[in-house]
Design a protein around this ligand. Structure first.
Ligand code: SF4
Ligand code: SF4
Length: 359
């Protein structure tokens, strides 16, 4: 007899944002899925790129209490250098009076306030060469270091850390888990013409989960938008497209060599998928990030405008000016940020670019 797999469909989600007004029409719930095949230089969600859950540590917030060391079931965290630990008594005291005191860790020399709402002073900057996510002072003398080769990314240490110095990015959720969040705001969707937007990362990088989420929303008559970079096999798009009310389709450049350089992927499949979706009559908005030194020149924008003008069905084009808010995330994750020093385009430049699309 054939065995039936009753395991619920699940995926890795790194954020669910309610009351979003920037991810499609009306008031929406944006569900951010982890994993992306592109590596855009300007990606404002670098924590979304890897398909797996990840850990972030913020050494500047660490108060050296050692709770993470005790919590870790894999013994992946330990005191580094010459550091020794805050005593268990001190820790108990700290956690029971967390909002009231500040203390000095005599071993690490870190002076900090211990309250969640407090503002710990920065420990001396130090780094540990074996710590891939070490970005801001983690692993110095007296502060814990993490052996990432032992770490299972379970997030238990993050739950134990009352200073918010450790964070788990991404969690496994079933379709029902996500739906339970989504249906809370059905009344807002109905009133505003909103719905659900699947974003990322790249939702199509988790095709089974994305398809199941879209179908579940359709079954509840919830409007769906798919925010996609378009870099996916056509058969994946072909399966999900009947359940998508609106595509939010990123287009960065038409020049293939430059596209490969700044995103790590060819542009051909992206253009072919966009054309095919349009020819099938789908509602599409093209989203063009305007990135200084990458595509903010007249010629790059003109090429996109000409291509878009040839699509039979297009609801509109959104020009999204580059912003610098992601730079800090790269630093926290110890990832290189290629656009350091880049400035957002001026309003005057954005207006000039908009005129290119109006012609
Ligand atoms: S995520 Fe889990 S395994 Fe990794 S360091 Fe934290 S508690 Fe240990
Ligand atoms: S990371 Fe958090 S739990 Fe671990 S020592 Fe620092 S403050 Fe304590």
């Amino acid at each position: 007899m054939n065995q039936v797999n009753l395991r619920p469909i699940s995926g890795v989600v790194f954020d669910i944002r309610r009351y979003s007004i920037h991810d499609g029409p009306g008031i929406r719930t944006a569900v951010f899925l982890k994993g992306c095949p592109l590596r855009c230089w300007w990606c404002h969600n670098p924590e979304s790129q890897s398909p797996e859950p990840e850990m972030i540590v913020r050494g500047s917030r660490c108060i050296g209490c050692g709770a993470c060391i005790e919590a870790c079931p894999e013994d992946a965290i330990s005191w580094g250098g010459n550091g020794t630990r805050t005593s268990a008594d001190e820790r108990g005291f700290l956690s029971s009076t967390v909002s009231q005191i500040s203390f000095r860790n005599s071993h690490s020399g870190i002076e900090a306030s211990a309250g969640l709402a407090g503002s710990p002073k920065q420990p001396a900057k130090a780094s540990h060469p074996e710590d891939p996510l070490n970005a801001d002072g983690w692993g110095g003398s007296g502060a814990p270091i993490t052996d990432w080769s032992r770490c299972e990314r379970c997030g238990i240490c993050a739950d134990a850390c009352f200073a918010d110095a450790r964070e788990r990015i991404g969690r496994e959720m079933t379709v029902d888990d996500v739906l339970a969040e989504v249906v809370r705001d059905v009344a807002f969707y109905d009133e505003s013409g909103g719905g659900v937007t699947l974003s990322g990362g790249e939702p199509l990088a988790q095709p089974e989960f994305t398809l199941a989420l879209l179908r579940a929303c359709r079954a509840r008559e919830i409007h769906t938008a798919l925010d996609t970079c378009g870099f996916a096999a056509w058969n994946v798009l072909d399966q999900v497209r009947p359940y998508v009310n609106l595509f939010l389709y990123d287009l960065k450049l038409l020049d293939d060599a430059r596209h490969r350089e700044v995103t790590g992927a060819p542009v051909g499949p992206i253009l072919a998928n966009l054309r095919a979706l349009s020819e099938h009559g789908h509602a599409i908005r093209i989203r063009v990030p305007v990135i200084p030194g990458v595509n903010d020149d007249d010629e790059s924008m003109r090429q996109i405008a000409v291509f878009a003008a040839g699509l039979p069905h297009l609801q509109g084009i959104d020009l999204l000016p580059y912003h610098t808010t992601a730079a800090d995330k790269y630093a926290r994750m110890n990832k290189p940020y290629k656009l350091t020093g880049a400035r957002p385009p001026s309003e005057a430049r954005m207006a000039e670019i908009a005129r290119i699309f109006e012609r």
